[in-house]
Design a protein around this ligand. Structure first.
Ligand SMILES: *[C@@H]1O[C@H](CO)[C@@H](O)[C@H](O)[C@H]1NC(C)=O
Ligand SMILES: *[C@@H]1O[C@H](CO)[C@@H](O)[C@H](O)[C@H]1NC(C)=O
Ligand SMILES: *[C@@H]1O[C@H](CO)[C@@H](O)[C@H](O)[C@H]1NC(C)=O
Ligand SMILES: *[C@@H]1O[C@H](CO)[C@@H](O)[C@H](O)[C@H]1NC(C)=O
Ligand SMILES: *[C@@H]1O[C@H](CO)[C@@H](O)[C@H](O)[C@H]1NC(C)=O
Ligand SMILES: *[C@@H]1O[C@H](CO)[C@@H](O)[C@H](O)[C@H]1NC(C)=O
Length: 483
């Protein structure tokens, strides 16, 4: 790619440039700026930071790319993504309080970092993780002592060690956003976010529209992606200060990256040295059952069915004519209305092997037993379903859904989980005392027990894609109410 060649003639444009050598230096100091054409390289030679032009553009950006991955220059982060330079006169400087500043040829500020603290002797350093950090040169390399880090302001690329989530104390969100195009790194329409309304779930959004939802973490995997259970480097952290997914770097000799493309897909690829190219491992969402709420409320998406949408058992299409025309958006309704509002009795019916529905309108508690969870749900006429929050150790905690249930998907291979839906007692087979739940296994009842390899592979791709997220759940609070 053009822009990677170092135009030596530019070096003389900056009085600071002479002080820097592009080999072996991983820092920018207040006395050593970086001009267009110069680079710094992380100490292990993994990443390089400098000026570049993306695709066919001639605009100049400051970015970070893999040092060793050539000839394909693979940019993982861009500083001035919204404010390009139009010539090669840009200079990246570090000012004395600890702020990185990109100026153009007339010394106007094009882009800058910020910090709530100041440093006596700041230094900006490119780490082997791909993280550019600003810190006091005396300070240890600890997250708390950093004045600024690029990992807090991700672009379209998820690298190991980055977070996807939210700092609940400061409100800072770690989210990813697509480029506009291969030629323009400005923020495009797609974002990958952790939605913290109700119990947290990962979404891909198109503007403000939800395109894809992974479902909530259940202690072992993301509810919609059972394969996340087998990706050991995925970790999920949830405590009073932060909630986030991250991927730990386990093997530095395997270079993988995940990108939210400008077409709205999250992709995972691995670098193959022999062919010197990125090998696509998978992408999501897939056609079929991945699109958010594709079967409407109380509809379920079954990838091997044709058509893919069905109403859940004991439900009927709300608008049969639309439904028959494959317009499933308005979903399904109960055959028998709930008794609750008319002073009647309700019970619950168990559905198994499903991706849990959207939890944006949910409430949760990490301590309750399933029986307490059931009673809590039964007492409130707006509670439509309950399930265990964490399926480990036979199941713990309680997740309650209010409002209509949307975005059900059948999972194959017995890997889905159980959810109990509120039903009129005549349908649930429950007696007045609320015992004897009629248990109902979705997989067998709809005869969808055949092999589902297509979907399974899609799912596994997504998993990794989701990049190997989370492992350990650290839920500290008893009562967590994020809404
Ligand atoms: C760049 O230009 C070449 C030749 O015009 C074209 O084939 C290629 O698709 C362009 N690449 C991008 C990213 O626009
Ligand atoms: C630098 O940026 C300022 C503000 O955007 C602009 O007015 C000026 O023309 C730019 N100078 C160059 C050399 O691009
Ligand atoms: C730092 O800059 C970001 C993006 O420009 C802004 O959202 C944030 O509020 C700023 N933080 C501080 C501490 O000024
Ligand atoms: C994203 O939204 C825009 C505008 O609503 C729409 O035209 C486009 O088709 C959407 N793309 C996807 C992949 O949903
Ligand atoms: C890391 O991956 C390489 C290449 O696949 C492999 O040869 C090596 O054994 C792995 N190392 C560890 C510690 O897993
Ligand atoms: C039922 O739950 C909803 C949602 O949490 C709440 O707003 C409402 O007050 C509850 N109703 C009763 C009767 O407890």
């Amino acid at each position: 790619m053009e822009g990677f060649a170092i135009p030596l003639c530019i070096l003389s444009l900056s009085i600071f440039s002479i002080l820097i050598t592009s080999n072996g230096v991983d820092t920018i100091a207040t006395t050593k700026s970086l001009a267009d054409g110069e680079t710094i390289v992380s100490s292990g030679g993994i990443f390089e930071l400098g000026f570049f032009s993306p695709g066919n553009s001639t605009n100049r950006y400051v970015g970070i790319w893999y040092k060793k991955i050539l000839p394909i220059m693979t940019v993982v982060w861009v500083a001035n993504r919204e404010t390009p330079l139009f010539d090669k006169a840009g200079v990246l400087k570090l000012t004395s309080p600890g702020i990185l500043v990109l100026v153009n040829g007339t010394n106007d500020i094009i882009w800058s970092t910020n910090t709530s603290r100041t440093a006596q002797d700041p230094v900006a350093q490119l780490l082997d993780s791909g993280n550019m950090v600003v810190r006091n040169s005396d300070d240890e390399m600890k997250a708390e002592s950093l004045l600024w880090q690029s990992f807090d302001y991700p672009g379209d690329t998820l690298l190991p060690g980055m977070k996807l989530g939210k700092n609940l104390k400061t409100g800072h969100e770690w989210y990813f956003s697509s480029w506009k195009s291969d030629d323009d790194p400005a923020q495009g329409v797609f974002t990958l976010v952790l939605n913290t309304h109700g119990y947290p779930q990962i979404f891909i959004r198109n503007g403000t529209n939800d395109l894809y939802c992974t479902g909530p973490w259940n202690g072992l995997w993301l509810s919609g992606i059972p394969d996340t259970a087998t990706v050991p480097e995925i970790s999920y952290y949830f405590n009073t200060e932060e909630v986030f997914y991250t991927r730990e770097l386990t093997n530095t000799s395997v270079v993988t990256r995940s990108v939210l493309t400008h077409e709205g897909y999250i992709t995972l690829s691995v670098w193959v040295d022999q062919t010197r190219s990125w090998l696509a491992m998978g992408s999501a969402p897939k056609a079929g059952c991945d699109m958010y709420a594709s079967c409407g409320s109380y509809g379920i998406c079954i990838i091997n069915n044709s058509p893919v949408c069905e109403c859940l058992d004991k439900f009927l299409p709300k608008y049969p004519k639309d439904w028959d025309r494959f317009d499933w958006s308005r979903g399904c309704v109960r055959k028998t209305p709930l008794g609750c509002h008319e002073g009647g009795e309700d019970g619950f019916v168990k559905y198994s092997r499903v991706k849990l529905p959207d939890t944006q309108n949910s409430w949760f508690d990490t301590r309750m037993s399933l029986e307490e969870c059931r009673r809590t749900c039964l007492e409130n006429c707006s509670c439509m379903a309950y399930a265990n929050l964490d399926i480990r150790e036979g199941g713990t905690g309680c997740l309650l859904w209010f409002d209509d249930l949307i975005d059900f998907k059948e999972l194959m291979g017995g890997s889905g989980q159980d959810i109990y839906l509120r039903m009129a007692s005549s349908e649930s087979g429950v007696n007045v005392a609320g015992k004897d739940l009629l248990s109902f296994d979705l997989g067998t009842s709809i005869g969808a027990d055949n092999t589902m390899m297509t979907e399974a592979s899609g799912v596994s791709a997504m998993v990794v894609v989701l990049l190997g997220f989370v492992l350990a759940i650290v839920v500290e609070e008893l009562f967590w109410r994020l809404t």
